[in-house]
Design a protein around this ligand. Sequence first.
Ligand code: BGC
Length: 257
Amino acid sequence: MPGRLEGKVAVVTGSGSGIGQAIAERLAAEGANLVIDYRNHVEQAQGTQQKIAAAGGKSILVQADVSVIADGQNLIEQAWQQLGSCDILVNNAGVEKAADFIDVTEADYDTVLDVNLKGAFFLTQAFVRKLVAAKKPGRIINISSVHEDMVFPHFSTYCASKGGIRMLMRDLAVELGPLGITVNNIAPGAINTPINTSLLENKPKLDALLANIPLGRLGKPEEVAGVAAFLASEDGAYVTGSTYFIDGGLIRNYHEQ
Ligand code: BGC
């Protein structure tokens, strides 16, 4: 049986590690040709490429810092030039910085908002412009967070960025629907990835978090990737304007310590 994404080209930002890597692998396994984006760590991106190749998939590597608008435009341009299209965009690259609200600096704010919100905003714009010019439909999937909706004290910049991506998704679902472009968010909870390194190394904090998760464990990047593959495929053709929470029930069960 051919894969659900045969003939499609997908860009996944931040796909050298974590959730982005798992999504890139899964979309490739379903038949898509992949653009693996990385900012600093080419060796990690090469690792993703090797895994895709070992499974018989095709991918290219493109260095792009999504917070630099010209980099994002080049990322989309490379997909068209080297792979002939760009049908699926996964805005996955993301950063977080812990700080008490009263201590947040302008630099902290810019770092988090520029990657998580401004980067996704203008990369999506570059993606849509090319689709409009080519008169093609497309899929936009933002990797948001439970914190697009749920409080996360001491992470105000992260919450501001994820709240922004929630409304951007809703707005674009309506504006881009007539163009045949769907827009959805995936909102992961605590997933076992490098963004959670300090949490994983702090047993009391980890145990407190696990006590809040009805399923009693962290999620796996592959579990997030399964939802992304669904939204990118024909199976998800009628879904737009939605957030898919994948959090073991965390958002329904949160309480302060
Ligand atoms: C954050 C993690 C956090 C998780 C659950 C994610 O969006 O990146 O640091 O553990 O949400 O609170």
